[in-house]
Design a protein around this ligand. Structure first.
Ligand SMILES: Nc1ncnc2c1ncn2[C@@H]1O[C@H](COP(=O)(O)OP(=O)(O)OP(=O)(O)O)[C@@H](O)[C@H]1O
Ligand SMILES: [Mg+2]
Length: 541
């Protein structure tokens, strides 16, 4: 084996040593510099637009790279190789008519060797070598070796690309798993959103991710719901205008907006600080056009490679899956809220129907005992204690009432208190004058089906009917029933002496008028014994 073959073999082996694309590419550049004895070497990788998307260099220090500024876009000699992908060897770059010269702070470079690099028959990039050590020019042998390296590197690059895609898929699957896990565990939408932004950083190999959703209180804004990465502190909760930003464009268009350098892309402004650190940027709608819930924006530090198409595609799919997850999480939260409201409603009802009734009954029997004791002078002390106990019970009942009011949604305005609760309160109030507690039964979605105006009538009707029972019936029992369906029907039935046929009607006439006003009916039934009133009005008005 010749020396050259040794060097080449060594170089090819080193290139194939790792699997990550970025590392592989650096090893190609380093190997090229070693083989051709060049002071400087670079690999300009072409983006989807055919321009240089990434520029890897060997021989320049970090400080020198920073001083030179943005990597070349592919004009002059570098562009020549892009336009005509064939090896190019020059003794003096500056003397060539195609040269556009160097930017400020660029070290002087003289000799030049450029070789195109293809992967799977497609242009991938170009190897650029400058300043052969020892003062001489790059030789035909150098060129031959670099060409051989380029063809060996093409296989390594292809492998590394496949590997990168595989790991991307892995990161993506991991991100989806993480989000699904949270949704299934019943996490809050906030927690799901937070996971989406954090996993997006991983999926896209990005530095920052910001997730904003539509703001209910201000529909002309997006609100940042979660943010990850350096410089994103304090971003959560801030609002983004729905115009003039990358995020806004992605949101309104319902499709991904990608830029290779947010800072110099003047189509839009950056939707969030820190602008200084963000170069490549991709903004993804959450959900499709017309039903976009928000925008996921990822950014990479300025000067790093732009997001490749495969990453953008993966991210778009990730974002739409995240949108579904988010919707599930939000639906679940609504369902839980509803369950809480229902639960409170049930507790309030039980307190009314069970606890209060029982306390009343106890209070009434105690009152009876107390009255009898009053009649016996020797039991006067006990009678007073019983009276105090009855007072305590009354206080307890009013305490429970307060609790019930707190449990019911929208306390305050009487009208907003549910009909159910108001009828229960009427029955409670009537118990005092009746001397016993009416039986109360309600069926149907009383609170939701009955409109407020009808509810007001029902309360008035019940009050009048119970006052009649207390004043005229001499009843021992009275039953109140309210059924809400297509109609709402209130029935008040007692077992008293019944309404005399010739009774003059005043309150009862009012009840009839109230029913007629609402297109309903009012009937008085003479039970044996007792009276039953039926007050019915239609609900489907
Ligand atoms: N549940 C009942 N049991 C027995 N008699 C009743 C009953 N309800 C009403 N009455 C009789 O019917 C009459 C008419 O009742 P109505 O409610 O129209 O007038 P009122 O109760 O006497 O007066 P107002 O309602 O104006 O206070 C009563 O005076 C009473 O004699
Ligand atoms: Mg009356």
């Amino acid at each position: 084996m010749t020396d050259d073959a040794d060097v080449l073999l060594e170089a090819v082996l080193s290139v194939g040593r790792g699997l990550e694309l970025e590392g592989t590419l650096y090893r190609v550049v380093q190997a090229a510099a070693d083989i051709a004895d060049a002071r400087y070497a670079a690999l300009g990788i072409l983006g989807e637009d055919g321009q240089i998307a990434q520029f890897l260099t060997v021989g320049l220090s970090e400080d020198e790279i920073r001083a030179i500024g943005p990597y070349p876009r592919g004009r002059g000699l570098l562009g020549e190789l892009i336009r005509h992908p064939a090896p190019l060897r020059l003794p003096d770059m500056a003397a060539d008519h195609r040269s556009v010269g160097f930017p400020a702070h660029h070290p002087p470079m003289r000799t030049f060797l450029g070789v195109p690099l293809q992967v799977r028959g497609n242009p991938f990039g170009n190897l650029y070598l400058t300043d052969k050590r020892g003062g001489g020019e790059f030789t035909a042998d150098d060129q031959r070796l670099i060409e051989a390296l380029a063809s060996a590197a093409s296989v390594a690059v292809e492998n590394a690309r496949l590997y990168d895609e595989a790991t991307l898929r892995e990161r993506w699957a991991h991100g989806n798993d993480e989000i699904s896990r949270r949704v299934l565990a019943g996490d809050t939408p906030e927690s799901v959103l937070d996971a989406v932004a954090r996993e997006a950083v991983q999926v896209a190999a990005a530095d920052v991710a910001v997730l904003a959703t539509v703001d209910d209180d201000a529909p002309d804004h997006l609100r940042v719901r979660s943010a990850h990465g350096p410089g994103t502190d304090g971003l959560v909760g801030t609002r983004l205008p729905l115009q003039g930003t990358f995020a806004a464009e992605a949101y309104t268009a319902g499709q991904a907006v990608v830029t290779r350098d947010a800072a110099s892309d003047h189509r839009q402004t950056l939707s969030f600080n820190p602008p200084s650190v963000v170069g490549p940027l991709a903004a993804m709608p959450l959900g499709g056009p017309g039903r976009t819930a928000g925008v996921l924006t990822v950014g990479r530090r300025a000067g790093t490679p732009p997001f490749p198409r495969v990453v953008v595609d993966a991210l778009a799919a990730f974002a739409s899956q995240a949108a579904v997850a988010l919707e599930l999480a939000e639906r679940r939260r609504d369902a839980e809220r509803l369950a809480v409201v229902r639960d409170r409603d049930r507790i309030a009802r039980d307190l009314h129907d069970l606890a209060i009734q029982r306390l009343y009954a106890t209070g009434l029997s105690l009152e009876g005992v107390g009255r009898r004791m009053q009649e016996r002078p020797e039991a006067k002390g006990d009678a007073e204690r019983v009276e105090r106990a009855v007072g305590d019970l009354d206080e307890t009942i009013s305490l429970i009432r307060t609790t019930i009011r707190g449990l019911q949604p929208s306390t305050g305005a009487v009208r907003r208190v549910g009909l159910r609760a108001r009828l229960v309160a009427e029955v409670d109030a009537a118990s005092r004058t009746l001397g016993f507690t009416p039986a109360l039964h309600m069926a149907g979605a009383v609170d939701t089906l009955v409109p407020p105006a009808t509810a007001d009538h029902l309360v008035a009707v019940l009050r009048e009917a119970l006052s009649n029972v207390a004043r005229h019936a001499e009843a021992r029992r009275v039953g109140v029933e309210l059924v809400a369906g297509d109609d709402v029907v209130l029935t008040v039935a007692d077992d008293g002496r019944g309404i005399p046929a010739d009774a003059a009607r005043s309150g009862l006439a009012n009840l009839e008028r109230r029913a007629a006003d609402l297109g309903g009916t009012f009937t008085v039934e003479r039970d044996q014994p007792g009276t039953a009133l039926h007050w019915r009005v239609p609900l489907n008005l």
